[in-house]
Design a binder for this molecule. Sequence first.
Ligand code: ASP
Ligand code: MG
Length: 409
Amino acid sequence: MALIVQKYGGTSVGNPERIKNVARRVAQAREQGHQLVIVVSAMSGETNRLIALAKEVQPQPDPRELDVVVSTGEQVTIGLLCMALKEQGVPARSYTGAQVRILTDSSFTRARILKIDEERMRKDLDDGCVVVVAGFQGVDEAGNITTLGRGGSDTTGVALAAALRADECQIYTDVDGVYTTDPRVVPEARKLDYITFEEMLEMASLGSKVLQIRSVEFAGKYKVRLRVLSSFQDGGEGTLITFEDDIKMEQPIISGIAFNRDEAKLTVLGVPDRPGIAYQILGPVAEANIDVDMIIQNVGVDGTTDFSFTVNRNDMERAVAILENVKKHVGAREIRGDRSMAKVSVVGVGMRSHVGIASKMFRTLAEEGINIQMISTSEIKISVAIDEKYLELAVRVLHKAFELDQVGS
Ligand code: ASP
Ligand code: MG
């Protein structure tokens, strides 16, 4: 007998039929003798609807009251799922975040979990009950309802699994696992049986939106065994997100190709090459809360240099305005913005022990005539910024060059 936490996302509980389908899955797992804690999202589209509703009444909704409104989506689903379970003869009990007591800080709309009381859930489990908990929400010390940020039900699932020391946390979604890259771009993309936490973090932060990033960090920190599976398919093993040491098979060098379309590049031309310049350029950008990703500063010639960095495309206009101001202060020649950039990354823990990955990546892109405009690397990732119009081609040729289409690669 195992203790399993299962989390079902919005599409998996999108209508009454699907909720009944989830109840059937839960009943099956229970028949196999497992103890089950189920976390659910709001029915698909519901959170968006509630946020829009709030904005109709108050254009900039009060954060405390917004959390009161949006947390209702999940409250509906827990009740409905328990009803569906009871219809199938499965004893079940629903709890809101506050009822379990998922204690969070008081940062409304993006609260962090501090502590989870497990007694109530334990008692129900010991009584043979399935426990159904609302995702995405908690309560602060003063008793205010809080929410954990968009996609936060994943984090609720992982946090409950950690608190209960569950054997596994299963995230059920509308895809059957984590893929080597987006199958809409590369039809040969394969589902991975395993991926390490570090790789998953890189893949998630680079735009494979399977899991809320925070839930992956949480699972890594508390050593929760995490699996992503489809709620629309029977019998699949999904993708297990795990630690490098636990992967017994020969590890591939590269696990996946991640990409992001919404990048923009900003260049400050002809800045004086002296200490403090990078800070004078990026300080005001950071103060405006604009995330900077890749950064390049050229070698100075004649006492001046060029400085480039990338930001999210939505932030480009604001960043240009800031830089025009900086230009006057530091005496730069020109500001340029290019809003048609994309980022492609190869990700894999095997890079630590293999050389030549970067050169293979660059050669592959060169053979297609794709110009690399910026490069950044970490221990397990190499990213390049390229013109957006070559993005799909780049992802396809890299996927092939690193043999990700081949089983057992
Ligand atoms: N319902 C919330 C959202 O749509 C939380 C979640 O689904 O994870 O963001
Ligand atoms: Mg989600």
